[in-house]
Write a protein that binds this ligand. Structure first.
Ligand SMILES: CC(C)(COP(=O)(O)OP(=O)(O)OC[C@H]1O[C@@H](n2cnc3c(N)ncnc32)[C@H](O)[C@@H]1OP(=O)(O)O)[C@@H](O)C(=O)NCCC(=O)NCCS
Length: 253
């Protein structure tokens, strides 16, 4: 229940809401180490200051969300009706969102048509080909390898992690964090697909701890950008260039 007594709830996103969603995603990930690495950011981005880096981040999220939808994603939002007009035609405020890829539906560089129609060229224009390779190839390899290992360790060698529900992206608008919106979204997802395996990568210790609370087990920490960037995803050399951590996690059925 929100402070004004209006109850938040979960529903599927509407196609008319994708731009609003991209802005929320950009705000939530403005200082995310992985995103800094993908975007070859050389100094921290800020929501307060307009910059090309900030715009490129939003462009990427708009592209990613559209491409995921075209590849079969189930995108849910946690919304609250606006306090002034809580009637039938009321505006709803999106507070948080999850992009779930159902079993055997994944976004990949092979989905060429879906990527082109979703705006991959705008992302390449902003982040360069290097950005696309980091997010589309390097990330996929690192995360896929860890999940395969997790399945093998569990004795599920013959089962592909692609048969799980995969959390491609989750975020809560920074002003709305800590109010239980991600809990609401995760519980709805678990109820939607009971007795399923859910997989994800957390990109910060903050989100890792919250996913643990939802029943995800940390399988292992892997790194991207070793010898190139520091733990915040910013350019570094020598000892500092330890790379950004990614936490591979599974919620077994
Ligand atoms: C990670 C993130 C999605 C969490 O969203 P949120 O809406 O603030 O989370 P919630 O308020 O629903 O809290 C989640 C749960 O964790 C619990 N929690 C809070 N602090 C915790 C901690 N230190 N350790 C473990 N659990 C904790 C809360 O009590 C809540 O559980 P409950 O509903 O059972 O009480 C949000 O911080 C975010 O968008 N971060 C930036 C983007 C990001 O990192 N996304 C995830 C990577 S893909």
């Amino acid at each position: 229940m929100s402070e004004n007594g209006i109850k938040p709830y979960v529903r599927l996103v509407k196609s008319s809401e994708l731009d609003v969603l991209a802005t929320i995603q950009r705000r939530a990930f403005i200082d995310d180490p992985e995103c800094n690495y993908f975007g070859s950011v050389d100094q921290p981005l800020s929501d307060e200051v307009d910059s090309p880096g900030k715009q490129h981040l939003e462009t990427f999220f708009r592209f990613l969300t559209k491409a995921c939808l075209r590849c079969g994603a189930r995108i849910t939002v946690a919304v609250v009706p606006s306090s002034e007009s809580a009637g039938e035609d009321s505006e709803e405020k999106i507070c948080a969102s999850t992009i779930w890829m159902p079993p055997n539906k994944r976004i990949s560089l092979g989905s060429v048509w879906a990527l082109v129609r979703s705006g991959v060229f705008a992302t390449v224009k902003g982040w360069g080909l290097n950005g696309l390779i980091r997010v589309g190839v390097e990330y996929g390899e690192v995360s896929g390898r860890a999940l395969k290992e997790a399945y093998a360790t569990r004795g599920l060698k013959k089962q592909s992690p692609d048969s799980s529900w995969y959390l491609q992206l989750a975020c809560t608008d920074p002003h709305e964090q800590g109010k239980g919106y991600m809990s609401l979204l995760c519980r709805e997802a678990f109820a939607h697909a009971p007795s399923s395996i859910f997989t994800l990568e957390a990109t910060t210790s903050h989100s890792r701890d919250r996913y643990t609370h939802f029943g995800f087990e940390l399988f292992k920490e892997v790194r991207m950008g070793v010898n190139k960037v520091n733990k915040d995803g910013l350019p570094a050399k020598g000892k500092e260039a330890e790379g950004v951590p990614i936490y591979s996690m599974v919620k077994w059925e």
